[in-house]
Write a protein of this length. Sequence first.
Length: 94
Amino acid sequence: VRLSGGPKLSDTQSGMRIYPLPEAMSLPVRARRFQFEVEILVQAKRKGIPILEAPISVSYHPDGSRISHFRPFVDFCRNSKTFTRLIFTRIFSR
């Protein structure tokens, strides 16, 4: 995330977030699904919107009882596309 121009955060994928709606709606975010979490952080940092972290508790389910919507190949391709676009935008929009 930092290579893409995003903030230095301890966990960018927890999924637990609170967005100020007017600021979030003003960001030029094109990504969907898992990639949205990365892109909104990068775009918020680029626009100077403050990003704060707060500690949360997490409970993991026993192995096998958890449902995941992550699709390794498809999501890898989508993540790669999003990161490539964000990195190129960072490099060439100076």
